[in-house]
Write a protein that binds this ligand. Structure first.
Ligand code: GAP
Length: 463
């Protein structure tokens, strides 16, 4: 069976992710809730590893700027519910909406701009609106923000919103960050956290969900340098995804056409997407993974206007007061996770159990599996001791003494574990074990006291 494509590939991926505990449908025992997902024991590790790579690449070890200096980027973690006027200032209350149509006959709801890809629920061989029974309404705007109430009273004065993006937290905290740290323009504020959008048609697994995680950077700079910084981040963000193994024909960087530009990028003309060819991307071929936008001074100016607090910067080097311009690379963490999973999934027919996940070892949820070849002769004790030492000093690992060695290797291949260490009869004689490489199935003998170092070097763990 070669690696399938399209919907067949997606089915295989969804099935493996459920079987091995990467992703579960949320509230499954109650029939599930459309657009919500839970991350299982392997999924949460994989997601955290991707999150940590981003945080490391953006905040702890940001890229070197064009002038050779390391960039100044600080982190933030803001509340999910914030003052409702924030969403008035940002434009979300008025215009964060998708055009929606209803079918009066079957009561299904569709995004008007996706009608050419949505099957009719009653006759899936036809598109929505194309059967004689379909009766679609005119499109109307549907605001995607989830509404809630703060406090005991459910009246208009207590309305609040679950944030649909993390970005606004960086704008309304701009003054706090400038006043409490030593950052100087150009600098960035980064945040990772949940976003909520009441999508009309959540679909394609975790790609478009109603609760998801985002990784956003707001980079503040002098207006005269903003175009150069936009070009810088556009390339840096593409390079980031390449560095995680997504490089190749399934990844591309695409500039927006003028008619696609968001309102805040219309004047600057700066907006590009890093796109990935997901198995469901269909005729379009690619779908958005991350957007890089030159937002001008739109957000700081809006919050200045609505809050009455001036969000400006006095630049001592230029002796000039101005509203910084912003470059925003905004990525989906959960969408990124799906791209990483799709890229890693492979089929190797030479193996008894051919499915495997070829994750970049730095992202793998389990770094190594430790096995005794047989469950006797003191081999389990040696393997378990190695495992405990590795877990404490290098990273997540598993000890497994059940089933045949082939089945244990197959389980680890499906989990994307890059190395398996097997203790056998020879281990007792010469103090070595076999180390099996996931991608090739190739095995080498390594001294027991060298195993940690050998693997740590290859998975980016502690030595
Ligand atoms: N602050 C800018 C902003 O929010 P966006 O393009 O709407 O931009 C950023 O969202 C990223 O968040 C997208 O590139 C995508 O990866 C992810 N994203 C957006 N909506 C999503 C959804 N419903 N489910 C999963 N990920 C989503």
């Amino acid at each position: 069976m070669p690696r399938p494509t399209g919907s067949a590939l997606m089915e295989k991926i969804v099935s493996l992710c459920k079987r091995r505990g990467f992703i579960f449908q949320s509230s499954e025992i109650y029939g599930g809730l459309n657009g919500f997902w839970d991350y299982g024991p392997l999924g949460v590790e994989l997601k955290n590893n991707l999150r940590d790579r981003w945080w490391d690449a953006m905040v702890r070890n940001p890229p070197t700027g064009p002038d050779g200096h390391e960039l100044d980027i600080v982190g933030l973690d803001c509340a999910i519910v914030s003052h409702p006027r924030i969403w008035e200032a940002s434009g979300h209350v008025e215009s964060f909406a998708d055009p929606m149509v209803d079918c009066k006959k079957c009561k299904a709801r569709f995004r008007a701009d996706q009608l050419d890809e949505m099957p009719c629920p009653n006759k899936p061989s036809k598109l929505a609106g194309q059967t004689e029974q379909c009766e679609l309404t005119e499109p109307r705007a549907f605001n995607l923000m989830f509404k809630t109430y703060v406090g005991a009273l459910e009246d208009p004065s207590s309305v609040a919103w679950l944030r649909p993006e993390t970005a606004q937290g960086m704008f309304y905290n701009f003054k706090n960050v400038v006043d409490t740290t030593r950052v100087k323009v150009p600098f960035g504020i980064a945040q990772i956290g949940k976003g909520f959008r009441n999508e009309i048609t959540p679909r394609n697994y975790i790609f478009r969900s109603r609760e998801f995680e985002m990784m956003e950077l707001e980079f503040f700079c002098h207006p005269s340098e903003a175009s150069d910084w936009y070009q810088f981040w556009r390339q840096a963000r593409y390079d980031f995804w390449c560095s995680l193994g997504l490089a190749g024909e399934r990844l591309r960087l695409r500039d927006h056409a003028p008619e696609e530009l968001a309102h805040y990028a219309r004047e600057t003309g700066g907006c590009a997407d890093v796109e990935y060819a997901f198995p469901f991307s269909g005729d379009k071929g690619f779908s958005e993974l991350e957007g890089i936008a030159y937002r001008s001074n739109f957000d700081l100016s809006q919050h200045t206007k609505h809050s009455g607090v001036r969000l400006e910067y006095f630049d001592p080097q230029r002796n000039e007061r101005y509203v910084p311009h912003v470059i925003e690379p905004a990525a989906g963490l959960t969408r990124g996770l799906l791209a990483v999973i799709c890229e890693a999934y492979d089929v190797d027919e030479s193996r008894p159990s051919p499915e495997l996940m070829r994750f970049d070892p730095r992202l793998s949820p389990i770094k190594a599996g430790f096995f005794p070849l047989v469950n006797k002769d003191g081999l389990p004790e040696i393997a378990e001791k190695l495992y405990r030492h590795f877990k404490r000093s290098v990273g997540p690992a598993q000890f497994d003494e059940k089933q045949s060695i082939g089945k244990r290797y197959a389980r680890m291949d499906e989990a994307g574990t890059p190395f398996c260490i097997t203790v056998d009869g020879q281990s007792k004689e010469d103090q070595t074990a076999t180390v099996r490489h996931r991608d090739t199935g190739h095995q080498v003998r390594v001294a027991l006291d060298q195993v940690n170092g050998y693997i740590a070097e290859r998975v980016g763990g502690r030595k």
